[in-house]
Design a protein around this ligand. Structure first.
Ligand SMILES: *Cc1c(COP(=O)(O)O)cnc(C)c1O
Length: 224
């Protein structure tokens, strides 16, 4: 198992151009699997549940940068605020306000990404692009000194139709470019691309890919 994770990891790394950050999505996988990726040099991991994230943070080396990538309820922000490196899934003003408050409370400045809804599935969360643009224009973020908006995140439609996936990635890229002037230099991250579509995402301008099953193998949700 050790060798499999290390070799999958190096395979994914080798396929990424310079300047594209790899987030190893470790949700549902045990700390032992994360440790193997860690020993192979990986330092950025993504989790989608606060409770699981906190448990793994406790168990594993503290130079790991933990990214929250799943839907985050406001009442769970406090548990991850002291250590989380990047919250990728900020999908509402209310959540941003909560992160601001909790970050201030523990004397931190927390990096966030704004999650944009582009996929055709109704279930996916995130801002509608136009709403977000309006929000950015209002410059409400200027009043949140403990938040640093680093960019946007999005998930493409779950389909084999490459035309549809490409269209989603291009829409995300467009949003990223349109929003940049409101946030400045530090707005440098476009997080898009997962195991099945990250090469296409990179082609469309992704600067950060979130890869799970291609590194850790298939997820088994049945035990959770
Ligand atoms: C699970 C998850 C991923 C990784 O998915 P894989 O298909 O296993 O690479 C990426 N991004 C988000 C938001 C996820 O929830």
């Amino acid at each position: 198992m050790e060798d499999i994770i290390a070799s999958r990891l190096s395979h994914v790394r080798a396929s990424l151009p310079e300047g594209v950050t790899l987030v190893a999505v470790s949700k549902t996988h045990p700390a032992e699997a994360i440790r193997q990726a860690y020993e192979a040099g990986q330092r950025i991991f993504g989790e989608s549940r606060p409770q699981e994230l906190c448990a793994k943070y406790e168990m594993l080396p503290h130079d790991i940068a933990w990214h929250m990538i799943g839907h985050l309820q406001t009442n769970k922000v406090r548990s991850i605020a002291p250590f989380v490196a990047l919250i990728q899934s900020v999908d509402s003003e209310r959540l941003a306000t909560t992160i601001q408050r909790e970050a201030a409370r523990c004397g931190r400045r927390i990096d966030i990404l704004l999650e944009i809804h582009v996929a055709q599935e109704q279930t996916k969360t995130g801002w509608v692009a136009d709403e977000l643009l309006e929000y950015a224009r209002a410059e409400s973020f200027a009043a949140m000194p403990n938040i640093r908006v680093r960019g946007v995140m999005g998930i493409a439609t779950n389909t084999d139709d490459e035309t549809v996936v490409r269209r989603d990635f291009e829409a995300l890229h467009r949003c990223f470019v349109e929003l940049r002037p409101y946030f400045g230099e530090e707005f440098d991250t476009l997080s898009m691309g997962m195991s099945d579509d990250y090469p296409l995402a990179v082609e469309c301008g992704s600067t950060m890919v979130r890869v799970g099953s291609r590194i850790f193998g298939e997820r088994d949700y049945s035990e959770k």
